[in-house]
Design a protein around this ligand. Structure first.
Ligand code: OAD
Length: 235
């Protein structure tokens, strides 16, 4: 086994072939919506109905006909069969990695299928629209639920654990991410300073392209499965 600890960072590109829009590609979400309006705490305070409607619609789409693709399935297969440790850190708020079978998984930008209560600070599983009269299942307060997603200006989830894993990994993969949003965009440098080999698997060269040792460019559903087979087949 060449590598003992693998950390994989995924972004919107891995879910693109499942039909979920990315953010910064042509026709991506940030061309249709202003990030400041729907992905910041200030935008939520200014216009909570618009923000809830944006995430309610994405939650609905996620539960209607969206399925994991070959890229998600290959990463789940890697976790199940690789003799070393495999940790998946995703920036995605969809549940396609879980549905493909990944278990050792951190949702650093939160989870669309959870609501978060501004009063008791507890996340709860939530598959329906969040409405103005929705009640927190944990504390019973009405009207103070928001999507459990991390907005710009907020701290991503489980950062201490992620930093510890990056410092200890010997292979770091970034799949389907543009490398434009920190702290995730800085993970490749943290892994490199820990001595890890770093590989980018993305449709095209990302913003962080030059920080990687190796590149596989193409659609995730096409480049991830053969790369996973290489790792599983390596002596
Ligand atoms: P982006 O939309 O910024 O980048 C998606 C990347 O995926 C681009 O580099 C594309 O070239 C690539 N891509 C597109 N289709 C692909 C495919 N089929 N196979 C492989 N790669 C493909 O999405 P992220 O990098 O995930 O944060 O964005 C990071 C964060 O910015 C998101 O988590 C979100 C967003 O604003 C928050 O909302 C906090």
């Amino acid at each position: 086994m060449k590598h003992e600890r693998i950390v994989i960072l995924t972004g919107a590109g891995i879910s693109a072939e499942s039909g979920i829009s990315t953010f910064r590609d042509q026709g991506g979400l940030w061309e249709q919506y202003r990030l400041e309006d729907v992905a910041t705490p200030e935008g939520f305070r200014r216009n909570p109905d618009t923000v809830q409607a944006f995430y309610n619609e994405r939650r609905r789409q996620l539960q209607e006909g969206v399925e994991p693709n070959a890229g998600h399935k290959a990463l789940a297969r890697l976790e199940q069969h690789y003799p070393g440790q495999v940790l998946l850190v995703t920036q995605n708020v969809d549940d396609l990695h879980e549905r493909a079978g990944s278990c050792n998984l951190i949702h650093m930008h939160g989870d669309l299928l959870q609501a978060w209560c501004e009063v008791c600070h507890q996340p709860s599983d939530w598959h329906e629209p969040i409405e103005a009269d929705s009640v927190c299942p944990a504390c019973g307060t009405t009207g103070r639920l928001r999507p459990n997603v991390v907005w710009f200006g907020e701290m991503p989830q489980q950062m201490e654990r992620i930093q510890g894993e990056l410092a200890a990994c010997d292979l770091f993969l970034a799949v389907g991410t543009s490398g434009q949003v920190y702290p995730a965009a800085g993970f490749v440098e943290l892994a490199r300073s820990a001595g890890a080999h770093t590989v980018e698997l993305n449709l095209e060269a990302s913003e962080m392209n030059s920080a990687f040792d190796e590149h596989r460019h193409g659609r995730a559903g096409e480049v991830v499965p053969p790369y996973v087979e290489e790792l599983l087949g390596a002596p």
